[in-house]
Design a protein around this ligand. Structure first.
Ligand code: NAD
Length: 325
């Protein structure tokens, strides 16, 4: 099917580790007539992308300025406070100008309450505008490759779903663009996913450690988990023990991947969400304490979150202690 949506004007706010590669895909793939306006509080990155795409990507002076130039806006900023400021700042925010009929998509991973508060404000003041939460998964590597997943805060029957899917498929895998049911449910899905992934990484680190201390080779353990009931992608592709899976972040010194501080942030948001909705959450506090400690530990900070194996005392130089088999 040919693209039914043109996106003649598009705004992108927040050009960090994720936003910049996402914007780059849009600048490369949108029709040549499309004009893109960008804003970030860090001016350097704005200047860089404008220089990279002259006559295509334009510098805006604020989130409000972006909103005045475009019909569709994507935002990708760190936390709820930044999302609030980008949308609701009375002088420079997106909502400080008339945004009637505009399509607004927030891809940041934030708390559901902030997202709903922004949506409510927009619905009350600009009923003809549409706001969606649409957090992503797949990390910086996925953003660069254009393979990220989007968890959309809307129903499959939402009138904008095709339009949103078309836009997101320029930055991610179409089959991984998932409408999650309604407002803020994209975030609820993302937070429960990261909670599960974070808990598995801790359990996986502990399980490898106890097996290895008992005398098992981690490669044998990995085969056992894969063949047994413990099989999961953290034990396989993201194995926390170095040199079991060559492409896992651990095998590269935990350098590439999902930073432990981001896992701490998402985990904390998930634990708060569990409390808010009355979910019994016995692993939450201990998991949060573990990622909190790892985030503050100099040996782990800024590294892939599976460095929790190191934080928990797992042996990394196991190859030196095997007979080279
Ligand atoms: P980042 O810190 O690299 O980038 C955020 C950008 O937002 C920065 O350039 C910053 O200057 C800008 N910004 C902050 N406040 C702003 C404001 N008020 N107005 C305009 N720009 C502002 O963060 P990131 O890694 O790109 O993450 C962005 C979001 O995506 C976060 O919510 C994060 O949890 C989520 N996420 C990150 C990853 C990842 O692997 N990095 C993966 C999935 C989801």
């Amino acid at each position: 099917m040919s693209a039914p949506f043109e996106f003649k004007t598009l705004g992108f706010i927040g050009l960090g580790a994720m936003g910049k590669p996402m914007l780059t895909h849009l600048a490369n793939k949108l029709p040549s007539e499309s004009q893109i306006y960008v804003f970030d509080v860090a001016e350097k990155v704005v200047d860089e992308v404008c220089a990279q795409f002259p006559n295509r990507v334009h510098k805006a002076s604020s989130a409000r300025d972006v909103a005045q130039q475009v019909e569709t806006i994507m935002t990708m900023v760190p936390e709820g406070a930044h999302v609030r400021s980008v949308y609701l700042d009375p002088r420079n925010g997106v909502c400080s100008t008339d945004i009637s009929n505009k399509l607004l998509i927030d891809c940041s991973t934030i708390d559901t309450a902030t997202s709903l508060a922004v949506k409510d404000h927009i619905t009350q003041n600009f009923p003809a505008a549409s706001f969606y939460d649409s957090p992503v998964s797949g990390g910086v590597v996925g953003a660069v490759k254009g393979t990220i997943a989007f968890f959309l805060g809307c129903a499959e029957t939402d009138p904008n779903v095709d339009r949103l899917t078309h836009l997101m498929s320029l930055m991610g895998k179409r089959e991984n663009i998932i409408p999650c049911g309604g407002p803020s449910l994209g975030l609820a899905a993302k937070l429960s996913n990261n909670y599960l992934s974070g808990i598995i990484a801790i359990a996986c680190s502990e399980a490898f450690d106890m097996g290895m201390r008992s005398g098992l080779d981690p490669r044998t353990l990995a085969k056992v988990y894969a063949a047994g009931t413990a099989q999961n992608t953290i034990c396989d592709r993201f194995c926390p023990v170095p040199d079991v899976y060559p492409e896992a972040p651990s095998s590269g010194g935990y350098k590439e991947g999902f930073k432990v501080q981001l896992m701490r942030k998402d985990f904390s948001l998930a634990v708060d969400m569990a409390k808010l909705v009355g979910s019994n959450n016995v692993l939450g506090e201990v998991g949060l304490a573990t990622y909190d400690g790892a985030s503050k530990d100099d040996r782990c900070r800024d590294l892939d979150s599976r460095v929790v194996y190191r934080y928990l005392g797992g042996q990394e130089d196991w190859q030196d202690h095997t007979n080279g088999s």
